[in-house]
Design a protein around this ligand. Sequence first.
Ligand code: HEM
Length: 452
Amino acid sequence: MSLAIPTYAASGPFGSLTRFRRDPLDLLMSGFRELGDVVRFRLFTRDLVLVAHPNDVRRVLQEHTGNYNKQTRGFEVLRAFLRKGLLTSEGDHWLRQRRIAQPAFHRTRIAGFGGTMAQAASEMVDRWLAASAPDVVDVTAEMMRLTLRIVGEALLSTDVSHQADRVGQALNITLRQANNAIGRIVPLPEWWPTPARRRVRAAMRTLDDVILEIIAGRRAGDSDPDDLLSMLMQARDEDTGEGMSDAQLRDEVMTVFLAGQETTAIALGWTWYLLSQHEAVRQRLHTEVDTVLSGRTPTVADLPRLGYVERVVKESMRLYPPAWVISRCAIEDDIIGGYRIPAGSIVLVSPYVTHRHPRFWVNPEGFDPSCFETAREADRPPFTYFPFGGGPRQCIGNSFAMMELVLVVTTIAQRCELDRLPGEGMGTSPSITLRAATPITMRVSPRGPAPV
Ligand code: HEM
């Protein structure tokens, strides 16, 4: 026998819509705290079902993944921007693309980008510490620019992060519009010619032209750099021997740009904020960085000895997972945690909520990187922690992102300290990613000499 899903209290025709729009994290957490692991929220014309227990998250993302597709409103909005890229495709097309692309993202293949990551972070610190530079920086903007540079160099071997760069500008316009469109209650019809839409269409045309031009150049043998685009161009389906078409390559390049830049920047921003609030953790991180590097620039070979930095990054993504919610649509009826989930339900799994589940985390709201010591990690069931999702649709860039996060944090922490200005609060502003409500402005103070 299955039970009816408990519904979170909401009155009036709009249900919890206003609250969801104002503070979705607070709404989801309140529903979870009051009603438990499976909760229904009524939002005007649609209902959402939150599933919080790790076993149930595993059912949706992994065990019974065939019953959950991505046909949700967020998916439709993103698809307009990313077309048939990995993030926004399904079925046989997705499977074929994933099989072709997967090897290019393997840890050993991406290790070569470690130098770019440390170099880009190091040049940013040089700029911060230049005698003429202001000692307060907008960390949010700086991390966005840094991760744009890194993903641009890894993908296309070009630095697209300069103010004047047309690819960087076009990407920023596209990403901003995708965020706005997802946040809208009633979507505007496709043909509605708003100025923002005209700008985004122009931006997407620019991106298409540039990317297709680069692909054409490579096909013509102009150059063959060791970057992700080359790896994707060379990749073949193991069974059929087929590679990707130009349009497909373009969609994957756009997808990696959009999926890989802001997420990583957001994780870095929250990490700097948390470190500035937890002096003992910061001291321990500095000790590890200084001991492992002894004044050298970090490399990929140092990663196995930077375990504390890795735990800090993981703990930061526990409290502030950049992808704070993952949504799916149930194809057929299902039973989750004893409750009947009717076909057509929109099911949410939220790393933000499950990462704070009091049954699995000793101090759910605290910042304690020791949660990720090997023995403690092994004690937790799968899907208690899933910042990169899980199952077949797990983030293809997770090794890339972890390598980038650890190398960037190490490179910056080696040379400077970042402190939140006194009296400045810190709220969340969830959109596609879990942004901070206000820019994270911080004071930069030098720690050590530039590495040799
Ligand atoms: C901290 C950084 C990152 C976070 C938190 C993150 C998170 C995620 C999550 C949760 C998903 C699964 C979405 C779903 O199941 O609906 C995903 C998918 C994806 N991510 Fe990431 N990501 C990060 C960085 C990256 C990077 C650096 C890249 C590329 C270099 C990347 C490329 C992708 C792609 C292509 C997908 C779609 C995979 C598929 O559906 O087959 N991500 N990411």
